[in-house]
Design a protein around this ligand. Structure first.
Ligand code: AMP
Ligand code: FE
Ligand code: FE
Ligand code: ZN
Length: 279
């Protein structure tokens, strides 16, 4: 089967609506896709009803923003019950408090941008983050594309960077598994998280209930993937592979560019079943 377990819609920082994303998954001949918007499961019902029409199985997912030793780490959660919503509300409040600070920091740096510009760049109710500020900067003609917006203004150390509340990583694993879900570290050796997620830290997380590792991801080269797969084998962690599709919001992340094996998916499903989660 063709299984892609990490995708983003406009409900967070992707560019497709949930239904459009599922239609794109059908065109990419995927059998199943997990919708894993940042810190929200709000797009899942729309995606699932589109999936029923189009014959694509849609897995209920999210990508929880966590931190470990001050560094952002993304944690995928599959099959969580709505009980996890409390922490998602906290994350959203943190983002809502951050937005005016980001806009003020950019204004101080001489960029003419308003909160309304950022809201206009996102679907109403979206989990607002740096990608939407980036889109507003593109719309205002300040930069050419999202990447340039991050490079010049929004990355850590650039004038528009402001942090926001993130869940301590070990708590994130507990929240997801406690809600009946399965917890998989997203692109563990992709960006900054590589610095802090050493093999020993991953072993410790595994002993603490982590279920899996996203091995096949565009931000990880062949050598990195092989090293992660070896750790997964050693610890009994479920290896996954996914696109991290963001529509046109991220290049080189086409649906189906990495896939998860049937064996890994079956194990994920079995654990959700045992924990009383909701797929
Ligand atoms: P936030 O959680 O609001 O700080 O935004 C984080 C999101 O921004 C990530 O999930 C990525 O989708 C996106 N992102 C982070 N760094 C970059 C980058 N250098 N270029 C493009 N997108 C990025
Ligand atoms: Fe994203
Ligand atoms: Fe991520
Ligand atoms: Zn993602």
């Amino acid at each position: 089967m063709r299984l892609d377990l990490h995708t983003h819609s406009r409900v967070s920082d992707g560019t497709d609506s949930p239904a459009e994303l599922v239609a794109a998954a059908a065109r990419a001949r995927l059998d199943a896709v997990a919708l894993t918007d940042h810190d929200t499961m709000a797009g899942v019902p729309e995606a699932q009803s589109a999936g029923e029409q189009l014959g694509v199985r849609v897995i209920n997912g999210l990508e929880l923003t966590c931190q470990y030793e001050g560094v952002t780490v993304h944690l995928l959660g599959y099959g969580c019950q709505p009980g996890i919503q409390g922490v998602l509300d906290e994350l959203r409040d943190g983002r809502d408090r951050r937005l005016p600070k980001m806009v003020a920091a950019l204004q101080d740096a001489g960029v003419q941008i308003s909160i309304e510009d950022v809201k206009a760049a996102a679907r109403p109710g979206a989990t607002l983050g740096r990608p939407h500020v980036a889109d507003a900067l593109v719309a205002l003609g300040v930069v050419a594309d999202r990447q340039q917006a991050f490079d010049r203004w929004l990355d850590l150390g650039r004038p528009g960077y402001v942090g926001h509340y993130k869940v301590p990583l070990a708590d994130g694993v507990g929240l997801i598994t406690g809600a009946g879900g399965v917890a998989v570290l997203a692109h563990p050796w992709g960006r900054e998280s590589r610095r802090v997620l050493t093999g020993d830290v991953i072993r410790e997380l595994s002993a603490g209930g982590l279920d899996g590792l996203e091995v096949d991801h565009q931000l990880q080269d062949a050598e990195t993937r092989a090293a992660l797969r070896a750790i997964a084998d050693e610890c009994g962690l479920i290896p996954t592979g996914s696109s991290d599709y963001h529509g046109t919001g991220k290049v080189n992340h086409d649906l189906g560019c990495n896939l998860t094996s049937d064996a890994s998916f079956n194990e994920i499903e079995a654990r959700i079943g045992r924990r009383g989660g909701r797929i």
